[in-house]
Design a protein around this ligand. Structure first.
Ligand SMILES: NC(=O)c1ccc[n+]([C@@H]2O[C@H](COP(=O)([O-])OP(=O)(O)OC[C@H]3O[C@@H](n4cnc5c(N)ncnc54)[C@H](OP(=O)(O)O)[C@@H]3O)[C@@H](O)[C@H]2O)c1
Length: 347
């Protein structure tokens, strides 16, 4: 590294780019050095708001900036692959928002580019970097609830219908499965894998149902996954309905309830896991405390694992991402969601 701290460049000036920039200021090992937008005005404004020393009026210019060591890609999903591959070609380390790409085939290309150009790459499932997820893994691995048998994972929100906006537009990769259902799939695969003594597992069976709207993307959807070891999972997602965004894992001796599985400790602080052991009158609440913000922890995981080029589980490894993308492909196929970019053969 050129400095003590990893120099970050942010690609795009959208909602989550701002959250990452704000959190980066609280990270131990990262600093914001530049931002890029498709327009000079947005880049300049973002740089002023988040105190970025430099701004660029194109993503290409940021990739040419020698002060940028790592990029955070926070564009809509359909352009993740293009900018991740171009970042790898420019020798920049990469943290790319979820889903890494639109489908498994694109993910293979991105990972191949990272391998070929010898750069770090991680899909930005920030919850996988947080100590709460580490604690959950320990609980399952330690047999606290006996043998895990049923996993329930839900992530949804209710956004007003806008056929041109990122959440509903086909060309911007809209729909719940790719936007937040990807978290549910990644959690089920994590828990099923840990229960089997590994880091993640792949479902043998994926069944799905969903409601597809006029733009051809899923407004709400469910999936049932079957894993080796007789573990089953029930996933639910949606962009037009609020559900209870929790994870529950039921085992032979009890169950675990995670009330805030996806955004634990956004601004630091304490989150909680509840453990119910059969035969005990009260649940045990396990607090998990951090002094860093969620996205700062994620940025620090990148810096800590830079030399390995991949994060350590339960943060997302390359094979974990490939398995998740394949699961999402299967879920979408079951529901009947295909994107125009895929139909024209670009994806
Ligand atoms: N980890 C999390 O908690 C989390 C939360 C929300 C979203 N996300 C992920 O982050 C990504 C961005 O989500 P967001 O909610 O931040 O989206 P957003 O607010 O719509 O911002 C997306 C940004 O991408 C850039 N962009 C590039 N090509 C674009 C195009 N063709 N149309 C529109 N914008 C384009 C724009 O920035 P410029 O105009 O400056 O180029 C835009 O501001 C998504 O992949 C999403 O899955 C992650």
């Amino acid at each position: 590294m050129l400095h003590d701290k990893l120099g970050w460049g942010i690609i795009s000036t959208g909602r989550i780019a701002g959250s990452f920039a704000r959190a980066l200021a609280t990270s131990r090992r990262g600093e914001l050095v530049a931002v890029a937008s498709r327009t000079a005005q947005a880049a300049e404004q973002f740089a002023a708001t988040f105190k970025a020393p430099r701004w660029h009026a194109s993503y290409e210019a940021l990739l040419d900036d020698p002060a940028v060591q790592a990029v955070y890609i926070a564009t809509p999903h359909p352009v993740h692959a293009e900018w991740a591959i171009r970042a790898a070609q420019a020798g920049k380390h990469i943290l790319c928002e979820k889903p890494l790409t639109m489908n498994h085939a694109e993910a293979v290309d991105v990972i191949e580019a990272a391998r070929r150009h010898d750069v770090f790459l991680m899909e930005a499932f920030m919850y996988r970097c947080h100590p709460q997820t580490h604690r959950l893994v320990e609980l399952i691995r330690g047999g606290t609830i006996g043998e895990a048998r049923v996993i329930q994972a839900t992530f949804s929100f209710n956004a007003p219908y806008d056929p041109a906006g990122r959440i509903y537009a086909n060309e911007l990769g809209g729909g719940g499965i790719l936007d937040v259902g990807c978290y549910c799939a990644s959690m089920a695969r994590l828990i099923a894998g840990v229960a089997a003594g590994g880091d993640f597992a792949e479902p043998t069976d994926v069944a799905g149902f969903g409601q597809v709207g006029p733009t051809g993307v899923d407004h709400h959807a469910v999936a049932c996954l079957g894993f080796p070891g007789d573990i089953v999972a029930n996933l639910a997602t949606g962009v037009d309905v609020n559900m209870e965004n929790v994870v529950r894992i039921f085992g032979s001796k009890g169950h675990v309830h995670v009330p805030t599985p996806w955004t634990p400790g956004t601004n630091g602080g304490t989150t909680r896991i509840h453990v119910h052991v059969e035969g005990k009158p009260h649940a045990r609440t396990i607090p998990v405390q951090t002094d860093r913000w969620l996205f700062a922890i994620e940025a620090d995981v990148v810096a800590e694992n830079l030399d390995r080029r991949q994060a350590r589980p339960p943060a997302m490894t390359w094979d974990d991402t490939l398995g998740n993308m394949k699961t999402l492909d299967r879920w979408r196929a079951a529901v009947g969601v295909a994107y125009h970019c895929e139909r024209t053969g670009r994806a």
